[in-house]
Design a protein around this ligand. Structure first.
Ligand code: GAL
Length: 373
C-alpha cells in the first residue's frame, strides 16, 4: 500500500512538473513577423494568468498590443499598432517603441561632452528628435525568452555602435518586459557604455483606454504627481525654467480630464498645441501618474524611478496613419506617458545628468499597471 502511495505521489509530481512546463511555454509564443535589414523580426505574445494579452516585437523593442478588460469584462486592445509589420516600417510614429539614444529633443542637434562637440542628425525642425531617423525605435533588437521566470517575460538587447547617430561609445541596451498576472507591464532597462556618453531611454506607447482607434483621449482623467514641469519654447526645446504647476492648466496633482483646460489661453499650451511637456516627478508617492477612462472603467497607473515623464497628448496625430482594423489614429486619439529624463539635458547642466560612464551600469524600471474602477 505504502509503495503504491509513493508511486502515485511520484507520478503526480511528474505530471504537475510537465503541466507547469507546458503552461510556461504557453505564456510566451513567438512567431515570425517580418524581416528588417537581414534580421528576423518576431511577434511575441505574452498571456498572463488572467488571460490578458501583451504583444511585443523586437523591431524597436516595441509594445504592439495590450488587451485588457473593461469593467464588464469586455477585452480590447488599448495601444497603437499595425495589422502587419509593413505598416510599422512605413513611417515613424514610434508606437510602443523603446526610444534612444536620446529620447526627445536635443537643440540644434549639438551638445558638448568633455570639451568635444557632437553633431546629431536633424529631423525635427532645427532639432534632433528621438535619436534621429534611425534611432533605437527602428532597429531589429535581439530577442530572448528567459526560462526561469514567474511571469511571461521577454528580453530585447541592442548593441548601439560608437558614434551611432552621432553619439559616442558602444552601448549595450537591454529592455526586459514582464507581464505580471495582475496585468502590469514591467520594463527593466539596463545600459552600459565603453565611453563616456549621454542617453535618455523611454517607451513611447500610445494609450487610449476606450480601445485603440475609438475616439479621442480628451475625456481621460489624468493625475501626475508633479509640482513642476519643464517649460519649452515654440520648438519644444526647454528654456531652462522649471515652472510651478500650481494655478496653471498643468496642475494634474488632482484628477483633471486632458481636454478640460487644453484650449486655455496659456503660453505653454499654445507653443505645443496642447500638452507635450516633461513633468518633474515629486517622487514621494508609490504611483507617479494615473489615467482613468470613465466609460470603460479602465484605469492605468504609472510607476517610475526616473526624474520625469513626457506627457504627450497626440497633438501631431492626424489620421494619416492607419492602425489595427483599418482604423486611423486621429488627432489626440492617444496619449503617451514617456518616463525618463528631461529633453535637451546635455545642454542644461542644471538638469539631472544624462551622462553614463564606462564601468557604470544604468538600471531603471517603469511599470504600467492596468485595472478597472
Ligand atoms: C513625443 C514628443 C512629441 C512628438 C512625438 C512623436 O515624444 O514629445 O513632440 O515628437 O514624440 O510624434
Amino acid at each position: 500500500m505504502k509503495k503504491f502511495n509513493l508511486l502515485f505521489a511520484m507520478v503526480a509530481a511528474i505530471l504537475l512538473l510537465a503541466a507547469c512546463n507546458q503552461s510556461k511555454k504557453e505564456m510566451v509564443t513567438k512567431e515570425l513577423y517580418g524581416n528588417f535589414k537581414g534580421k528576423e523580426v518576431y511577434l511575441l505574445t505574452l498571456t498572463n494568468k488572467s488571460g490578458n494579452v501583451l504583444k511585443l516585437t523586437n523591431f524597436g523593442a516595441r509594445i504592439t498590443w495590450i488587451e485588457v478588460p473593461d469593467r464588464n469584462g469586455n477585452k480590447d486592445n488599448i495601444t497603437f499598432g499595425f495589422d502587419t509589420f509593413d505598416g510599422m516600417i512605413g513611417g515613424d510614429p514610434y508606437y510602443g517603441a523603446v526610444v534612444g539614444r536620446y529620447a526627445n529633443r536635443i537643440a540644434k542637434g549639438k551638445f558638448t561632452l568633455d570639451g568635444v562637440e557632437y553633431t546629431l542628425p536633424i529631423n525635427n525642425g532645427p532639432n534632433s528628435l528621438h535619436g534621429g531617423p534611425a534611432g533605437w525605435h527602428s532597429q531589429a533588437w535581439d530577442t530572448e525568452i528567459p526560462e526561469d521566470t514567474d511571469f511571461p517575460t521577454v528580453k530585447f538587447t541592442y548593441k548601439s555602435p560608437d558614434m551611432e547617430a552621432g553619439f559616442p561609445g558602444n552601448m549595450t541596451v537591454e529592455a526586459l518586459y514582464t507581464w505580471t498576472d495582475n496585468s502590469e507591464i514591467i520594463i527593466d532597462y539596463t545600459l552600459t557604455t565603453d565611453k563616456r556618453t549621454v542617453f535618455n531611454i523611454t517607451n513611447h506607447a500610445y494609450f487610449n483606454l476606450h480601445g485603440a482607434g475609438i475616439g479621442d483621449i480628451l475625456d481621460h482623467q489624468l493625475v501626475i504627481k508633479a509640482s513642476k514641469f519643464v517649460a519649452v519654447d515654440t520648438f519644444l526645446i526647454p528654456t531652462g525654467e522649471l515652472r510651478q504647476v500650481e494655478g496653471t492648466p498643468f496642475d494634474f496633482n488632482t484628477p483633471h480630464t486632458v481636454g478640460e483646460r487644453i484650449a486655455q489661453d496659456y503660453d505653454q499650451l499654445k507653443f505645443a498645441n496642447g500638452y507635450d511637456h516633461t513633468f518633474v516627478f515629486d517622487n514621494n508617492e508609490e504611483v507617479d501618474a494615473t489615467v482613468y477612462e470613465p466609460v470603460s472603467g479602465r484605469f492605468m497607473e504609472v510607476i517610475s524611478d526616473q526624474p520625469g515623464v513626457q506627457f504627450y497628448c497626440g497633438n501631431f496625430l492626424n489620421g494619416t496613419r492607419i492602425g489595427y482594423g483599418g482604423k486611423p489614429y486621429t488627432h489626440r486619439s492617444g496619449l503617451c506617458l514617456e518616463t525618463g529624463h528631461f529633453p535637451d539635458s546635455p545642454n542644461h547642466p542644471d538638469f539631472p545628468s544624462t551622462v553614463l560612464n564606462p564601468g557604470e551600469t544604468f538600471k531603471s524600471r517603469t511599470i504600467y499597471r492596468f485595472s478597472v474602477k
